[in-house]
Design a protein around this ligand. Sequence first.
Ligand SMILES: Cc1ncc(COP(=O)(O)O)c(C=O)c1O
Length: 393
Amino acid sequence: MRRVYMDNNATSPLLPEVLEAMRPYFIEEFGNASSIHHHGQSTRAAVERARESVAAMLSCRASEIVFTSGGTEGDNLAIFGLIKAGDHVITSTIEHHAVLNACKQLEKRGCEVTFVPVDGRGLVDPADVKRALRNNTKLITIMMANNETGVVQPVKEIGRVAREDDVYFHTDAVQAAGKVPIDVKEIGCDLLTISGHKMHAPQGIGALYVRKGTLIEPLFYGGNHERQRRAGTENVAGIVGLGKAAELAQAGLANGTIARLGKLRDRLQAALIGELEDVGVNGEGATRVPTTTNIHFDHIEGEALVIALDLKGLAVSTGAACSSGAIEPSHVLTAMGLRPDQARSSLRFSLGKQTTSADIDFALSMIPETVARLRELSPVWQKRQPAVGSRQS
Ligand SMILES: Cc1ncc(COP(=O)(O)O)c(C=O)c1O
């Protein structure tokens, strides 16, 4: 059975070049990067080369890169590394749970958090961020690109707000890395998180950019790894994979690969909108990463559509999260003003470098008919249809 994967925002497959770069570090190059003998020096050199590659992708110095286990750790290190009881933090209502739940935990520890809203396109207004500033505001943490909609936030403007008030700025760029150019100086951020498995490197590796002079408390205590910012023996193979993926990410932005994916995404989106009624793009009108589209297919349950498409070989996802047995509508889509039923009818399509034009044809060969079939079964849809024989006005 043919299977097409369009859920790259959940995780993306390793590129063959990434696997090749990593392979020696599982076998012959096995040294602990902290050892002073030949084996350790060899892996240390590989770690430092990867650090240079990640730094080049973000336009920063290698010494400003801290390797982590992924996006969740990077976000937590940025937030808990800076914030103490009594501090105030500004974030948004559409953050990933790695930031949202870290901020909710801060509230339990005696910190104050302001969750700024988004508009119908899913955009934070920098003026709202400015208005939320208080005397004790220490950190603004607002994501660069949303994982559900792909909407890119006005991070440069938010960075300016942070600088004017001498407040730290962290941005979760997990879904932006490799899809849009990132220059930490242009953004004006102090901290920026990336995750390997969203950019064709392995799961369980990531990095946090920490601007020179930004003092963060580590999350773990142990050895002096990562300049005392992240204790624990380095995941050498993962780090090498992230370094290679960072090089390929930069190349992909320069050589037209990402632009190609943008065209494929636009074709998929335009065909679905053109062919089906009562559908729409969530986040339309905002700048979005070229690889993501999130579409509401009114009158049906997104989960049912995901399952039906999966049975036919197409892997996509809903924006919905499953909490305590109940399917809650996505906090991102409801924050954008979608009705709960519309949010629940939404599907995310996220493309990766492996996505081909034939994959889009495959998706288009099944989505409209599957939506139509599910709508036939939907009491909401049936009610909406004029009764047979009735005159349409
Ligand atoms: C925006 C965003 N931040 C953070 C994370 C967490 O990253 P990781 O899975 O590497 O912990 C994700 C993963 O979905 C994400 O999309």
